[in-house]
Design a protein around this ligand. Structure first.
Ligand code: FAD
Length: 647
């Protein structure tokens, strides 16, 4: 029997970004003893890095805004592949979640008459993003953490123990969801600092682990984002959907190499920044797709007029959804009209006074000055696409955030699939985290309450095999009889670099069938080699060991991405096929569902040729009539088939 540290809770939340914290607050408020686990320090999550704002149709900047318009924009942005019920719930509930944050102590920027200010962002018809300068995520996390502290103070007053009903386990990584038969019974993981193993017994687990960006070479994501929650769900028997849809944000830094991929917020364009190529041409006018032609300005004069009078003029094409802008930049660079370092120019210096730039975009000003020695109040930035956000994720019930097929498992935030369809609009993630984080916490609590005392148990053999799997990198050489004694088989850092290069080059922003097939073959090779990924040294804070474990997750998730991308023979949102450039209405209603080939959750014995993941097609539920009625029939015809539109 493996020696592990043991705890028992009602609800375990894996992840302490916006989704995880909102879920934990809700579960605790429902009276559940709740644990929150995070891989890095508490407060260090992607949510804290969010810059531009949180999308909610409060109508403060334009009173025409309401949930129906937000719903329409979200569906258009996702090219109608969104799980429409999630998009509906999100649009309806986002304003309440923003107000709620203010009641918990957040302070958003204000309009002159004292209301929450809202800024423009790509794909949103009206100014809709509530924000705190360009540090919105920081305020969101600060507020949620403050709420957690206040709940802990209540518990201290009642029980004499701050952590009686809400405890944070920081710098702990979950490597397996444990099950009793079909139902969740807890989680297994290791403590990064000491290397000790732990089990938390719990009948409900909420996955809120964020994205997968570290599978790609150029990314805005930080080190934690290795697709852990996606892999944990797959291994627990839950399906993933929409894995072919990855958002390449159009504007990441391209220079110097050490910071390549770091995000340049969309607020720069929302606040007037324009994109130019090396000829000085404002090229986005050449890239407005037919489906958006009516809504975007056709000339610079019209586009510039929009900032002052949005009722009279159409919006600038720099504010098209991110997938369109990223593809346009890619094409300009490929055509030889890029900047010296392989990007395009993003210029706000000629558009706003220097003081205004520093006031509205303080982080961007600081970031470019510190990292690239560029003063954005005086010169343009060089920017290019960067892997940013995962639209695909755990297949969840829209109302409850319950993972399909695994009782007790829930998912919210970036790790959940469906909400954003094939492309997420900027600002729609922060609102998604709060809306579905709350729902996950609520429904996980209801599930636990309904169980009564008959809780699933944690089988000891699962703890033993999870421990063996986690510790295997320390004896990698022993598992390969062909290797000389004592030699470490494969370096996890080398494997990671090869994986990132393959995903970047072969399953990146523009995709072709032979390249994706090549990616799958390289993934097979990497998977076989990763079984021999070995490390030396002690279990105490050993980053090589941590990476060796993360590789399992990145390889699983990358295979899902490559398989689904090869299968979808059309271009839509974040998935662009050079060999199938058009959007195909027949594909619109199809979800590609990824499941583990070996349903027992084992990986070692899967056939290397066949891979670890199987794919099936599933038709999406038809959209409700009252939601369809929010669109003009002409617009729907661009997306839905004639049969779908038949009365
Ligand atoms: P995260 O905030 O990513 O948190 C994930 C948590 O899971 C972390 O605590 C991590 O430690 C933990 N974790 C991961 N794996 C494990 C494991 N195995 N065990 C234990 N814990 C684990 N969206 C917007 O709407 N507006 C914006 O302005 C915006 N700007 C952005 C700027 C940047 C630079 C980036 C990278 C993203 C931005 N986004 C923005 C996207 C948005 O921030 C993210 O999609 C969102 O924050 C994800 O939140 P989350 O709660 O799902 O996960």
């Amino acid at each position: 029997m493996t020696q592990v540290e043991r705890h028992t809770y009602d609800v375990v939340v894996v992840g302490a970004g916006g989704a995880g914290l909102r879920a934990a607050i809700e579960a605790r408020e429902q009276g559940m003893r709740t644990a929150v686990i995070c891989k890095s320090l508490f407060g260090k999550a992607h949510t804290v890095m969010a810059e531009g704002g949180i999308a909610a149709s409060m109508g403060n900047a334009n009173s025409n805004d309401n949930w129906e318009v937000h719903f329409r924009d979200t569906m258009r942005g996702g090219k109608f592949l969104n799980q429409w019920r999630m998009a509906e719930l999100h649009a309806r509930e986002a304003p309440d979640r923003v107000w709620e944050l203010e009641t918990w102590g957040a302070l958003f920027d204000r309009t002159k008459d004292g209301r929450i200010s809202q800024r423009n962002f790509g794909g949103h018809e009206y100014p809709r993003l509530a924000h705190v300068g360009d540090r919105t995520g920081l305020e969101l996390i600060r507020t949620l953490q403050q709420k957690i502290v206040s709940l802990q103070q209540e518990d201290f007053a009642e029980f004499g123990d701050y952590e009686a009903r809400l405890k944070v386990f920081q710098e702990c990584t979950v490597t397996r969801v444990l099950k009793d038969g079909p139902a969740v019974s807890g989680v297994f993981g290791y403590i990064r600092e000491s290397g000790r193993l732990f089990v938390i017994e719990s009948p409900a687990v909420v996955l809120a682990t964020g994205g997968i960006g570290k599978s790609f070479k150029v990314t805005s994501n930080s080190w934690e984002y290795t697709g852990d929650g996606h892999a944990l769900a797959l291994l627990a028997g839950a399906p993933l959907i929409n894995m072919e849809f990855i958002q390449f944000h159009p504007t990441g830094m391209v220079w110097p190499p050490s910071v390549k991929g770091i995000l340049v917020t969309e607020s720069v364009r929302g606040d007037g920044g324009v994109l130019r190529n090396s000829d000085g041409k404002r090229f986005m006018f050449d890239y407005i797709p037919d489906v958006f032609k009516e809504k975007y300005a056709q000339s610079e004069q019209e586009a510039d007029g929009w900032y002052a009078d949005p009722a009279k003029f159409r919006r600038p094409p720099e504010l098209l959804p991110r997938d369109e802008v990223a593809r346009a930049i890619n094409s300009e660079v490929k055509a030889g009209r890029g900047t010296p370092h392989g990007g395009v120019f993003l210029d706000v210096s000629t558009r706003l006074p220097a003081e205004e730039i520093k006031r509205r975009l303080p982080s961007m000003h600081h970031q470019f000055k510190e990292l690239a020695d560029v003063d954005i109040t005086a010169e343009p930035m060089e920017v290019g696409p960067t892997c940013h956000y995962m639209m695909g994720g755990v297949d969840v019930e829209p109302d409850t955030a319950a993972a399909r097929g695994v009782p007790g498992l829930y998912a919210a935030g970036e790790v959940a699939g469906g909400m954003h369809g094939s492309n997420r609009l900027g600002g729609n993630s922060l609102s998604d985290l709060l809306v579905f984080g709350r729902r996950a916490g609520l429904h996980a609590s209801e599930y636990v309450a309904a169980l009564g005392t008959g809780r699933p148990a944690v089988p000891e053999d699962q703890i033993d095999s999870a421990a063996a799997e986690a510790l295997r990198p320390f004896s990698a050489e022993a598992s390969d009889p062909d290797l000389p004694q004592g030699q470490v088989a494969e370096n996890p850092y080398t494997l990671h670099q090869e994986l990132q290069q393959a995903m970047n080059d072969l399953v990146g922003i523009i995709r072709r069938a032979p390249e994706m097939a090549e990616a799958l073959s390289r993934l097979t090779d990497l998977r076989m080699r990763s079984r021999r990924a070995g490390v030396e040294g002690h279990r105490q804070f050993n980053p090589g060991w941590h990476l060796a474990i993360d590789l399992r997750n990145m390889l699983l998730v990358s295979e899902c991405v490559a398989r689904a991308a090869l299968e979808r023979t059309e271009s839509r949102g974040g998935h662009t096929r050079e060999d199938h450039p058009g959007m195909d209405r027949a594909w619109r209603k199809v979800n590609l569902v990824c499941e583990l080939s070996d349903p027992s959750g084992g990986l070692a014995d899967t056939d290397p040729e066949r891979g670890q993941v199987t794919l099936r097609h599933r038709d999406m539920d038809p959209m409700r009539d009252d939601l369809l009625a929010l669109f003009e029939k002409e617009e729907l015809l661009k997306y839905l088939t004639d049969e779908e539109l038949a009365p």
